[in-house]
Design a protein around this ligand. Structure first.
Ligand SMILES: [Zn+2]
Length: 215
C-alpha cells in the first residue's frame, strides 16, 4: 500500500502523528504524510520527524520517502511526531500559486505562443519558469504582467484543488483549470504582493521569469 498523500487533503496541516511503515538507513516511509515530495515544479518540504531533521522528501512509485539527517531513533510500527517548517512551506504555497497566476498574465500580455519551455521550480525564495520568446523581452510589458498578477492577488480569488482519477487539478476563479499536484493557499489574497523579474537568460528563444514575495 502506498503512502497517503495527506498534504492534498489539507495543505495547512503542519504538525501530525504518523505510523512508521519502513526504515532503511536514513530513509523513512510513513503510513501517511503532510511532507510534500519534490515534483510537479515544487521543492520538497523540510521539518522534523521525531525531532530529527528531514533533509529531503521524494516519491518512488506510491511511496513517499523522507530522508533524515541522522539514523532514526525509532523503528517500524512506532508512532512518530512530525513537524513541517511551516514558514518555508507557506511561502512555497504562495509562490506556487503566484507562478500559475503569472502564466495567465504572461499569456494575456505576450500572447498564446508565450508558453513555459519546461517545468519550472518553486522553492521558498522564488518561483522560476522559462518561457518561450520569439522576440526580445519587452520589460515594460513585464511590468504590466507584474501589475496583473498583483491585481489578481488583490482580487481575493478563491483557489480550488482536486483529484480526478490519477490527475490533480488547480483552478482559480475566472480562469480555466490546469494540471498541478502542488500545495496551494485557499485564496489569492493570502499571497500578499509579488515582484516579477527577468532572470538569467536560459538560452536562445527563452526568457527566465522569476516571482518573489514582496514581503
Ligand atoms: Zn503547479
Amino acid at each position: 500500500m502506498g503512502t497517503a498523500r495527506l498534504y492534498w487533503i489539507d495543505p495547512y496541516i503542519n504538525q501530525f502523528k504518523a505510523r512508521v511503515e519502513s526504515v532503511s538507513g536514513k530513509d523513512v516511509v510513513l503510513d501517511g504524510t503532510y511532507f510534500y515530495p519534490q515534483g510537479g515544479g515544487q521543492i520538497y518540504d523540510t521539518g522534523t520527524i521525531s525531532e530529527i531533521r528531514v533533509v529531503n522528501v521524494r516519491r518512488e512509485g506510491d511511496l513517499i520517502i523522507h530522508t533524515l539527517e541522522s539514523e532514526p531513533n525509532f523503528q517500524i510500527g512506532s508512532v512518530v511526531e512530525c513537524r513541517l517548517d511551516w514558514d518555508r512551506r507557506y511561502r512555497i504555497m504562495k509562490l506556487h500559486s503566484s507562478a500559475h497566476l503569472l502564466y495567465y498574465a504572461m499569456q494575456e500580455e505576450f500572447g498564446e505562443e508565450c508558453k513555459p519551455a519546461s517545468p519550472g521550480l518553486t522553492d521558498s525564495l522564488k518561483s522560476r519558469e522559462d518561457y518561450l520568446f520569439k522576440e526580445k523581452l519587452d520589460l515594460q510589458k513585464l511590468q504590466l504582467v507584474e501589475k496583473k498578477v498583483n491585481d489578481l492577488i488583490a482580487a481575493n480569488l478563491n483557489i480550488y484543488t482536486w483529484s480526478e482519477g490519477e490527475k490533480r487539478y488547480w483552478k482559480v476563479e475566472l480562469y480555466p483549470a490546469m494540471l498541478c499536484g502542488g500545495t496551494h493557499p485557499k485564496n489569492t489574497g493570502e499571497i500578499g504582493a509579488v515582484k516579477v523579474n527577468r532572470g538569467k537568460k536560459p538560452g536562445a528563444g527563452k526568457e527566465r521569469i522569476e516571482v518573489t514575495l514582496a514581503s
